[in-house]
Each structure stands twice: as C-alpha cells, then as structure tokens.
Design a protein around this ligand. Structure first.
Ligand SMILES: O=P(O)(O)OP(=O)(O)OP(=O)(O)OC[C@H]1O[C@@H](n2cnc3c(O)ncnc32)[C@H](O)[C@@H]1O
Ligand SMILES: [Mg+2]
Length: 167
C-alpha cells in the first residue's frame, strides 16, 4: 500500500506511519488552499480535504491531509484539527480530532494575526513546537502529543475506509 501525506511535518508523517504501519508512507508539501491559520471548523476541514485530494492526484493509492486550526465556541477559542483520506476515484473520508480551549492570551495573539505555531514557541520558550508535542502537548502536560492526537484522527479515517470496503 502506498500513501502520500500532504505535509513534511514529522508530527503528521510519523502519525501516518504509526497507524498504517504496513504501508509505504511519504510526505510531500502541497498547498492547503486555505489560510495559514484557519479560524473555523469549515476552513480547517477544507484544508485537510484539499491536501488529501492533491495527494490522491499524484499517482498514489491513498492521499491524506491533516490540518490544524482554531475555532470559537462563544468567546472561547478551541484547538481544532481535521483529517481527510482521499482515494484516486474521488471518494473522501473525514474526521476531526480532540479539542481543548486555548488561554486568553493565545486567542488575543491569533486575533492579531499571528500563527499558532509562532505563538506557541514564544509561550513555551521552545523551538518548533508544531513539529513536536504541539499546543495540545503543552496544554495537557504532554499527556496527549500532537502526533497522538493525529493518530486518533487517522484511526477514525482508516476505520471508515475499512467499513466502506466491507459493503
Ligand atoms: O507543514 P504543515 O503541514 O503545514 O504543518 P503546520 O505545523 O503548519 O500545521 P498546520 O498547517 O496544519 O496548522 C495550521 C496552523 O496552526 C498551527 N498549529 C496547529 N496546531 C498546532 C499545535 O498543536 N501546535 C503548534 N502549532 C499548531 C500551525 O503552526 C499553523 O500555524
Ligand atoms: Mg501549515
């Protein structure tokens, strides 16, 4: 089985390798065609779908897109993450990840136009949080890493694919 994942971020590529352990997995940079910092569920999901479709058009058996964003429930800003699995015949499966609220100061920085990845580096005094534990890792004391959160999204995608193949 060949899989293309539309990112070179190790937190994403390693999650795909963990859930599709028997597959040959490669990461390629593809545009998400949404903003660098998505602000709604719709936009975050669309970014995942766009990345997955781009990959599926590249001569692979399975294309995967994983996208991170934020969304508001009332005044509270939540982390949100979406995954999409696209097949070359056009079929698509989607799933979202766990969400937790973000501190007010992170929300303010994002509303001023900063990207979460950059804000987290400053907040945690660490480089490249986005490729490692992620915001979800920082705010859960590493009980859930960004890779583990994406692994759960990928299990949801793989399960739906397998269910569809049974029918
Ligand atoms: O190379 P790509 O695949 O684009 O990986 P990325 O880290 O930029 O991830 P996304 O584009 O999916 O995320 C959109 C934005 O949200 C940031 N982001 C999302 N989740 C994050 C997390 O858990 N920790 C840190 N930054 C995160 C990310 O840095 C971007 O600014
Ligand atoms: Mg990005």
């Amino acid at each position: 089985m060949n899989i293309l994942i539309g990112s070179k971020n190790p937190a994403k590529v390693e999650a795909v390798k963990a859930i599709f352990e028997e597959a040959h997995v490669s990461g390629i940079s593809v545009p998400s065609d949404v903003s660098a910092q998505p602000f709604t569920d719709e936009e975050t999901k669309q970014g995942a779908v766009n990345r997955a479709r781009r990959c599926a058009e590249n001569g692979t058996q399975i294309g995967i897109g994983l996208e991170g964003g934020v969304m508001l429930i009332g005044d509270t800003m939540y982390l949100c993450n979406w995954g999409a699995l696209a097949l070359p015949d056009g079929r698509i499966f989607t799933a979202s990840g766990a969400r937790i609220p973000l501190p007010e100061e992170i929300k303010t920085a994002l509303e001023q136009g900063e990207e979460l990845g950059d804000v987290m580096e400053r907040f945690a005094h660490k480089k490249d949080v986005r490729s490692n534990e992620g915001a979800i890792g920082i705010f859960t004391k590493n009980r859930v890493s960004r890779k583990a959160m994406f692994e759960h999204v990928l299990i949801l995608l793989r399960g739906q694919l397998e269910f569809s193949q049974e029918k």
